[in-house]
Design a protein around this ligand. Structure first.
Ligand code: ADP
Ligand code: ZN
Ligand code: ZN
Length: 763
């Protein structure tokens, strides 16, 4: 038998073929599946990549390059991760390299040029520590202390050192950070030098992590109510023959407490747990709740960590380099890529949330669905939790694919909030509106403020107003690169594109007819903040949206102020719709429900219901019954009627009928192909070509090409082609045919200036 002479390497590129390299004998012992290695591609470029296969099959090309080096002593990626990556690449129709790019912390992805040596981006943090120069005897140490009688600063440093190091005669001592020692001793930077020169103390460097461990005392788990206990038992029963359960529990029913009990069970078995949340905005409160019970076993992973911190989290989940292990990981969608070794449970909280889906770039994956695959690769169980599950997941419980557990009561028998419909059109007509507020909402806020209770106001638009309009001719200022209006931001005195970030100054005159006096139309969170301050001048008002939470800790600050009762009224976008568990919050206002309902998407009604239920769920979670005021110009709207009664079942029923009638998921599988070109005519020609080609294979399953609601972004015109496939048919063949059709298109003259992206299960 020959030795293994070749290695296939995953490189961070969209190319779907293999990259095969020769495996020099010197590396044969140290390279395994999952190893990170350095290779050259083409004439100049160097990349780090991950070994996916080691084999003896010579590739067809003659000039096989050798691997240049092996970057780590152990593989950084494990077998299960490699399997997950290939599943994702195949399912979401992208390259494994694109999945790798999303999965690995960017500090583990090296790139460079052949001429210059490539260096690691991640550097372990080292700090200077202090220790005794020698293991002095107690007697000798006393002599030393005596000898320092004339050097009071040195004496102080030494005694403080002994104290911090936990000195007891004959016992072992802790390493002490130099900085800490000087601070505690109140000594200047150079004042330790004397002790070093005298050979009493010694400095040394030691690697320390960047991550802060929870070090407060742990709390015992809360005792579950009988209702919650019943749900826990049902979950456990489901897990004896199914892998996945849907936990449908009304807001504040104790879903999180149930998760905590499930986590505890797994950690006691020595298993790891992944807890996914749709947005980092949500994590703060949940993290605190979990850390109270699981302390330093709890790791957190999301995009706000620095690149170096992410490498350290990676290592602690993977148990690489003998770091202190994380057993429980809370994170946004990318946390599913961490190197779990023995997952026992995956929790997907707010499973219906659209932000589990990554839109751009590839892989355009749904973290919920991918996490279920990850769980099954580990032989782990999964819980999907929601107060208003996605139609797809609920459907899966009816078909028996998932188990279903329900929690219908709020903890402490607090009632679900009372929902009040406020007809904004009528209020406008009767001139009862104050700014954008109906009498019902004003009354509720008044009441809450009088009782020292808190209020949140929800508006799913940031900025001051979504557009400026000329009252004379109707002209609207649009983005120069996208087919959308620019949003007026008052605070920064700019017009901003929410698609590409372009911004410009505020026009004083109409760009069409030249008349002055452009008017703001519609309203966003910034305007609501302005006006609520005028209507309630003594209230303490805060705003939470993308614009006010850019700083690293800004979100926490706003949240803390709310928790501590420093904020009376919080205005926000969907950021405030989830997770918030504030005792004294009793009133929720939804300023414009019509916005949500009129969105052109087959999920708009489902989403509106979920969002309204979820925002409502923030009100009255402890003792007092909450009040929710929904402002709408269409109070008869069917979805709003269902929210009124918290009637999930009927929402589901109606949505299922509609989706069946118009053939949408869960009755079909959808794949969306986006074709983009800077030239409108060429885009039309190429997208027609592709659609014709696809129709020859798929017939009526092809819809489009059509312009999406925003038909141009950053100068690229966009057309979408939708493929609707039968649920029962295997999709892999269809995906192959789609890929072939795209390849055929790309061979057309001029097609190289197209951009094509494929989105499986689009959201
Ligand atoms: P959900 O996740 O369903 O919205 P939570 O788990 O956040 O519900 O529970 C709502 C509130 O009630 C939380 O403050 C929680 O700590 C409290 N709670 C729920 N169950 C219990 C329990 N069994 N014992 C004590 N407090 C509980
Ligand atoms: Zn005009
Ligand atoms: Zn733009």
């Amino acid at each position: 038998m020959m030795n293994n002479h070749f290695a296939d390497i995953i490189l961070p590129l969209a190319y779907k073929g293999q990259f095969t390299y020769a495996l020099p004998d010197e590396f044969a012992g140290s390279v395994r599946r999952g190893s990170r290695v350095l290779v050259q591609l083409g004439n100049r470029k160097l990349y780090s990549g991950i070994v996916s296969r080691i084999h003896n099959t010579p590739p067809p090309t003659r000039n096989i390059r050798p691997l240049l080096s092996v970057l780590d002593p152990e593989p950084v990626v494990n077998e299960i991760q490699l399997k997950l990556w290939s599943w994702m690449a195949e399912y979401y129709m992208c390259s494994v390299g694109e999945v790798m790019k999303a999965a690995l912390p960017s500090d583990l992805c090296l790139e460079g040029l052949a001429e210059a040596p490539v260096t690691e981006k991640y550097k372990p943090r080292e700090e200077t520590f202090v220790r005794l120069k020698e293991p002095f005897s107690e007697e000798r140490l006393n002599e030393i202390l005596d000898s320092l009688a004339r050097a009071p600063v040195q004496l102080r440093i030494l005694t403080v050192y002994l104290d911090l190091a936990g000195y007891i005669p004959g016992g072992s001592m802790q390493p002490v950070r130099k900085n800490l020692l000087l601070r505690e001793a109140g000594a200047a930077y150079g004042s330790i030098d004397g002790l070093l020169k005298k050979g009493i103390l010694d400095l040394f460097e030691m690697e320390t992590g960047r991550l802060v461990d929870y070090d407060r005392p742990l709390e015992a788990l809360k005792e579950l109510t009988s209702e919650q206990l019943r749900a826990l038992k049902e979950l456990q029963k489901i897990f004896s023959d199914k892998n996945t359960a849907l936990l449908h529990g009304v807001t504040s029913s104790g879903k999180t407490e149930l998760y905590i009990h499930l986590i505890d069970e797994q950690l006691k078995k020595g298993k790891q747990v992944l807890y996914l949340l749709p947005e980092i905005a949500l994590t703060t409160q949940i993290i605190q709740r979990l850390q109270k019970h699981f302390g330093p076993l709890t790791g957190v992973y999301h995009s706000r960590f620095s690149n170096a911190e992410r490498v350290e989290i990676w290592n602690r989940v993977g148990g690489l380099y003998n770091a202190r292990d994380y057993k429980l990981v809370i994170g946004a969608r990318s946390a599913l890529f961490l190197p779990f070794r023995n997952l026992g449970l995956v929790i997907v909280d707010e499973e219906h949330d659209g932000s589990y889906k990554q839109q751009d770039p590839a892989p355009r994956y749904n973290a919920r669905d991918s996490a279920l695959v990850l769980a099954s690769l580990h032989g782990a169980r999964s819980v999907l939790g929601s107060a208003s599950p996605s139609i797809e997941s609920y459907y899966n419980t009816l078909s028996g694919k998932y188990g279903l557990v329900e929690l219908k009561q709020r903890y402490g028998s607090v009632r679900l909030p009372q929902i009040i419909l406020a007809d904004s059109r009528e209020a406008y007509r009767k001139k009862l509106m104050v700014s954008h507020f109906t009498p019902q909402l004003l009354g509720a806020i008044d009441n809450a403020l009088a009782n020292n209770e808190q209020v949140i106001l929800f508006q799913n638009r940031r900025g001051f107003s979504p557009y400026l309009e000329c009252p004379e001719c109707g002209w609207i200022l649009k983005c120069v690169q996208c087919a959308v209006s620019l949003t007026y931001h008052k605070g920064i005195a700019s017009m901003v594109c929410h698609y590409c970030g372009y911004s410009s100054s505020i026009p004083s005159h109409c760009g069409n007819c030249g008349s002055p006096g452009l008017q703001t139309r519609g309203f966003g969170t910034e305007k609501i903040e302005d006006e609520i301050k005028i209507v309630f001048p003594s209230a303490r008002v805060a705003r939470m949206d993308q614009d006010t939470t850019r700083g690293k800790n800004s979100f926490e600050r706003i949240l803390r102020s709310l928790e501590e009762g420093q904020t009376d009224i919080l205005i926000g976008t969907q950021m405030i719709s989830k997770g918030l568990d504030i005792e004294n919050l009793t009133v929720v206002g939804i300023l414009n429900a019509d916005n949500l309902l009129n969105f052109p998407d087959f999920r708009a009604h489902e989403r509106s219901f979920q969002l309204m239920e979820q925002v409502s769920g923030r009100a009255g979670r402890r003792t007092k019954t909450g009040k929710v005021v929904i402002q709408t110009s269409d109070p008869g709207n069917r979805i709003i009627r269902l929210v009124l009664n918290h009637d999930y079942r009927n929402m589901f029923k109606i949505q299922m009928e509609e989706r069946k009638a118009f053939n949408y998921p869960p009755f079909c599988r959808m794949i969306r192909i986006s074709v983009k070109h800077r030239d409108r005519a060429l885009l039309n020609a190429f997208s027609d070509f592709l659609a014709r080609d696809l129709k020859a294979v798929f017939g009526k399953r092809i819809l489009g090409p059509e312009y999406p609601p925003v038909s141009q972004v950053q100068l690229w015109y966009i057309k979408n082609i939708l493929v609707k496939l039968e649920r029962e048919q295997p999709v892999s063949r269809a995906k192959m045919q789609i890929s072939r059709a795209i390849e055929r298109l790309m061979k057309e003259k001029g097609a190289s200036s197209l951009r094509i992206s494929v989105d499986v299960d689009p959201y």
